[in-house]
Design a protein around this ligand. Structure first.
Ligand code: CA
Ligand code: CA
Length: 156
């Protein structure tokens, strides 16, 4: 909803004789109201990664590239509230982490595709959410925001 702040000077018409009248301008200033949640730039973000070979068991923190990058914005453009990013489903094994501030996705563990036989289409699907830092109730999760990370075999 857009609220209107009105600042109206009406014609002032005194009833004297002869009547004196004056013109005035009407200014209507429109202020944006914080009524809309954040929205992602895309419904689905996709990327491809290769499995790891050999598996070392060492902890990793590898940034995954997306084009375009994962990004959400406040649809109240004039307010442009800061956004917080979270993974809300699909990360039960904590293979991934999402930077809460800028939405960058990281792979945290080495993946062996042979050990992921139950993974449909060799693809991890994460559901992500963007919420306003100043009002977590305003989230963009009502949109379909998924990240598809497609695994492929390492070329050895
Ligand atoms: Ca608005
Ligand atoms: Ca907003």
């Amino acid at each position: 909803m857009v609220r209107y702040n009105t600042d109206i000077d009406e014609d002032i018409d005194d009833r004297g004789t002869p009547p004196k009248s004056t013109n005035a301008t009407v200014q209507i200033k429109v202020n944006d109201n914080d009524d809309l949640p954040p929205k992602f730039t895309k419904g689905v973000y996709r990327t491809k990664i290769k499995e790891f070979y050999p598996i070392t068991g060492m902890r990793i923190h590898q940034r995954l590239k997306f084009n375009p990058p994962i990004h959400a914005f406040d649809q109240d453009l004039a307010i442009d509230a800061p956004i917080r990013y979270d993974i809300i489903a699909g990360n039960e094994r904590h293979l991934f982490s999402l930077d809460h501030v800028n939405g960058s996705l990281f792979l945290e563990k080495e993946i062996d595709l042979d050990a992921e036989r139950s993974l449909p289409g060799n693809t991890f699907v994460l559901q992500i959410q963007a919420s306003q830092v100043d009002n977590p109730l305003k989230t963009g999760r009502y949109y379909t925001n998924a990240i598809y990370v497609l695994l492929s075999y390492a070329t050895v």
